[in-house]
Design a protein around this ligand. Sequence first.
Ligand SMILES: Nc1ncnc2c1ncn2[C@@H]1O[C@H](COP(=O)(O)OP(=O)(O)OP(=O)(O)O)[C@@H](O)[C@H]1O
Length: 523
Amino acid sequence: MSSTDSSAKPPEAPLQHDSSLTVDKQVSLTLGSDSLLIVGKTSCSCPSCAQPPVALSVLTGPEDDRPARKSNRGCCGLFKSKAKPKTTHAICLYNVLDAEVNPSNLVITYAVPSTKDDVSVTALHYPIVEKEKLAVEAWVQQLLNLAYGNAQRRKRLKILVNPFGGKGTALSLYQRYAAPVFAAARCHLDVQSTERRGHATDIAKQLDINAYDAIVCCSGDGLPYEVFNGLGQRTNGREALAKLALALLPCGSGNGMTWNCLGTGSVSIAALAIVKGLRTPLDLVSVTQKGTQSLSFLSQSFGIVADSDLGTDHIRWMGAQRFTYGFLVRLMQRTIYPCELAIKVDIDDKEAIKEHYSTFLTREEEPDADRKRVEDAQQSPGMPKLQYGTVEDELPTDWEVVPGETMGNFYAGNMAIMSKDTNFFPASLPNDGLMDIVTIEGNISRVTSIKMMNEIPTGGFFDMPDVKIRKATAFRLVPHEKEGYISIDGEPVPFESFQAEIQPGLGTVLSKSGRVYEADGPR
Ligand SMILES: Nc1ncnc2c1ncn2[C@@H]1O[C@H](COP(=O)(O)OP(=O)(O)OP(=O)(O)O)[C@@H](O)[C@H]1O
């Protein structure tokens, strides 16, 4: 998979005989396998095309007050339109948001790249006469079938905005970049701001799970963490987590969920990916500490990563550099984080992990698997029992005890990308029933440590001999020190023993591919 922002594989479909439509006497609209081809004396009104609109107009949502920006891209970025008048355009079907026949016009609404990092909404309008209507309506259905494939149209979205997420601009980001895309795709929107820490959990606990298709958080990873936990705390937790898909519009400082599921850090491109998003089962991890149980969707960490993230609050003024600075300081000091660790290991050989990953990619998908999963959850709606009990139970005898006296980094990942350009767990899969655990000794040389950091963006990290990787179903970690940091999805939890267990396919997200993350797999 690539992490390209705006393009995606549109649904495959053969070219039909009736896939061409002639409108406005001399404009032909042809449905290809991945694009809508427009040939005729017409032009596009997107900011990149210089020709004034003949049968087109630019649509922006009520809140979208962005000025039209000039770009050198052609329509949908596919054709460069220097020649005038332009007679051929291609619109990527993935970008088509809606199409309809109103009393006198065919209107096709779509997203067009407005800058490198954004799309905005544009529409084509063609006059239609009464006798053409039936044929045009049938063609519109074909267009929408191809444009949406298996993605649900007109999704009902509960939008939760954290007004304090990231730089405190989540609401304006939503209004400016996402709302126009959702409106053009005719999604049903119910927008609510969170008023305090924990509010998203309470909302998820009480939400009518039949009234929405997805919950969209405009925040960082903190709000989805709360929503998963709120859904999981309901008496019908399993049903709620199966029915409602989650998605994240990247409005926080850490937006791991968006990078993994939607492959972008752009709010408008993520909104388009949500409109076209496919329901995807997601393994969740249940974490127990003394007397508590919570759900994790992203990661659990102990050691240098948790310490550099949560233990650097005093240097918040540094912004995003805070983590890197904290990390380097600890690395130079060759800090160790002694602990006891036991893992229920499934695969501990790197080549076998790569094999597991590539087998998963080629595995045939069971038809109707998602529908069956939801039906099963409706039949037994309560949360599934933990297979290995809690951290307070006896340690199972078949778990591998891993020496932890010189632990440097313990990092368990449920998704591949932890933040932009940090594909820490390349072999992670949304629904293989396994978590990926990386352990690194704290006493390795500084040179090796620096090399490891540099190898993360290039993908060389996975194969480094000092990086131990296991696929596992559970683990227990007991810290030896009295004080320190444990991070669950970037949130601090008490510094005490914890046990984590994967719960296969318990949660649901909207993703671009429907089965893998938008990250490069292991090489
Ligand atoms: N109205 C509110 N006031 C204060 N805190 C809130 C409010 N709404 C949500 N929160 C809390 O803000 C926390 C951080 O949220 P989020 O992940 O959206 O942003 P972020 O910028 O990525 O955060 P961080 O930098 O802390 O990781 C969440 O744990 C959530 O509970």
